[in-house]
Ligand binder design. Structure first.
Ligand code: TEU
Ligand code: CA
Length: 569
């Protein structure tokens, strides 16, 4: 019905500006480049564009370290370029969502520069400053205030020689964490958010927003976390989903969004959240967020060593995990659906087969994801079936997380092992330039790209995808159109089938007396799905093979990486 929020019928497209389109030959994608490619988004049919950070930044973490929230980094353009892009998108009926990075700033942000300048500076308490552990010499190993590790290897504390104290950084040392306990910090953030909404943007993707409330004692103390002797512990344990998270988000809602609601999109990035958190964060009655990104389904191929310790996926785990999120948010809350973003390896190389069945597996994965209940997100290049980078030397990597990790593990792993781990798990897999055509730098730049273009752009590129009616690109177009048109896709109840089948992903969506059956084979070998009676006269809604699907009584035969969606009434 019309009173359902607009984003139940919408698809979001994420751009990582640095790798999208360069226009001035410096090898770095820019805002004029996005403007130049707006037609690509219009052709795909998406409703919302989410831009990874373009604010002024020393670029220690490619813009997730912001030194001025109200200006554009010269590498990407100017505020006028942003206004022009916003206007062009709005003219075509697209919305623009900005990345909001407020768990931390850059260490070059004037707030931190002041905070660091002395222990009695009025902004001292805007960040997390703490003395060395009691009885320890400041600056010596193990003297950090807590044993928290950074997400980018090493301790989460940096010793400041000048004032003798440590500051907290859950990410790099150039990304100090803001102290959200301080109401002045929150007011400054809300003021900045209103400034962007007044400029016309349509919402925010909130970076690691569930890290803003830390577990802090009444005396200001922070707890140690479980860790092996002499090692740093998982930073998420004491820093994620803290006691004041919901209070802060509800306050943000009152201060920033009340009276403006309707057309906005508020999506939280929330590593370490469970379904229960997810429901609390997205239940509309609570006025916090519209939807959140879970990490559970993109951690299933991680071994004990984390993202660089990649193991084969067991499909049963994927079904159980996404199935739990579907069930848990069925009555209240809403799911954000994604495979890829700028932090994840490419899905076709990860849960698909990027060699023999690239087209089939990329399209199967797309169909399965987009038929879930929730708002689908497409990450640039995913709609072209782009693959992992397949880098073979350390020099090709740019990502701070990958390089820090390689540094930390160098003594333990051989060069070959390091390269294998990086090739499977690195964020750079998603950050190689978008492959527009088969020319030297894939149409991305006339100069030297900041990160190497994948050599497979000679066959995998937007021009080739556009020319082939059976391509990954055209399948994504049809999926976006289906999301716009089909009420069962938008709102139908989700019911998982065949939870124990190791190769076939199967579920139904039901609305009134209409039902969709969704089947996806995660295998190159032929599969047979036992779907029960009543599907032999069903009509084909969408699939990734041209010839019709073979149904035989209660069974559907699936070819290599085949996906089919059937409808019955
Ligand atoms: O990522 C947060 C996050 O938890 C991870 O996905 C992170 O990328 C890391 O790889 C964990 O292994 C967000 C941004 O998306 C990411 O690009 C930033 O580096 C990070 O926050 C800090 O702002
Ligand atoms: Ca440029």
């Amino acid at each position: 019905p019309a009173d359902e929020p607009w984003w139940t019928r919408a698809v979001v497209y994420q751009i990582y500006p640095r790798s999208f389109q360069d226009t001035n030959g410096d090898g770095i994608g820019d805002l004029p480049g996005i403007l130049q490619r707006v037609d690509h988004l219009v052709e795909l049919g998406v409703d919302v564009l989410w831009l990874s950070p373009i604010y002024r930044s020393p670029q220690d973490d490619n813009g997730y370290d912001i030194s001025d929230y109200e200006d554009i980094d010269p590498a990407f353009g100017t505020l006028e370029d942003l206004d022009r892009l916003l206007e062009a998108l709005h003219e075509r009926g697209l919305k623009l969502v900005m990345d909001l990075v407020v768990n931390h700033t850059s260490d070059e942000h004037p707030w931190f520069v002041e905070s660091q300048s002395s222990t009695d500076n009025p902004k001292r308490d805007w960040y997390w400053w703490r003395p060395a552990r009691e009885g320890m010499e400041p600056g010596t190993p193990g003297a950090e205030p807590t044993n928290w590790g950074s997400f980018f290897s090493g301790p989460a504390w940096d010793h400041d020689e000048a004032t003798g104290e440590y500051y907290l950084h859950l990410f790099s040392r150039k990304q100090p964490d803001l102290n959200w306990e301080n109401p002045e910090v929150r007011r400054a953030v809300y003021r900045m958010m209103r400034w962007w909404l007044d400029r016309g943007v349509d919402g925010f993707r909130m970076d690691v927003i569930n890290l803003i409330s830390k577990t802090v004692g009444p005396d200001g103390s922070l707890p140690d976390v479980p860790a092996e002797d002499g090692r740093y512990g998982q930073p998420g344990v004491a820093a994620a989903n803290g006691p004041r998270l919901h209070e802060f988000l509800q306050e943000m809602h009152r201060e920033v969004f009340d009276g403006r609601r309707g057309g906005l999109l508020l999506v939280g990035e929330t590593p370490g959240t469970t379904v229960e958190h997810g429901r609390l964060l997205t239940d509309p009655a609570r006025h916090e967020l519209d939807m959140v990104f879970t990490f559970e389904h993109v951690s299933l191929d991680h071994g004990p060593g984390g993202r660089f310790d990649v193991h084969p996926l067991d499909l049963r785990d994927l079904k159980a995990t996404l199935g739990r999120w579907q069930a848990g948010l069925a009555e209240a809350g809403w799911n954000a659906l994604y495979w890829d973003n700028h932090d994840q390896p490419r899905i076709v190389s990860r849960y698909g087969d990027d060699v023999a069945y690239r087209r089939e597996s990329a399209t199967m994965l797309a169909i399965v994801l987009h038929l879930h209940r929730g708002t689908p997100y497409i990450y640039q290049g995913e709609e072209l079936g782009m693959t992992n980078a397949h880098f073979t030397s350390l020099e090709e990597y740019r990502d701070i997380e990958s390089l820090r990790w390689a540094d930390a593990e160098r003594d333990r792993l051989s060069e070959e092992q390091l390269l294998g781990c990086l090739a499977a798990g690195s964020r750079d897999n998603a950050r190689t330039p978008v492959q527009w055509d088969d020319t030297a730098q894939a149409g991305f730049t006339t100069g030297r790209p900041w990160i190497a273009v994948n050599p497979n752009h000679d066959t995998i590129n937007a021009a080739a995808e556009r020319a082939d009616p059976d391509s990954v690109f055209h399948l994504y177009r049809r999926l976006v159109a289906l999301r716009h048109e089909d009420p069962v896709v938008q709102r139908g109840d989700f019911h998982l089938l065949l939870p124990d089948d190791p190769h076939v992903y199967a579920f139904t969506r039901t609305l009134g007396d209409e039902q969709l059956l969704v089947l996806g084979s995660f295998s190159s070998d032929p599969q047979v799905a036992e779907v029960g009676p009543g599907w032999s006269d069903a009509s084909l809604v969408i699939g990734n093979y041209t010839s019709p699907v073979a149904t035989d009584g209660d069974r559907v035969a699936l070819r290599s990486w085949e996906a089919v969606v059937l409808r019955r009434t």
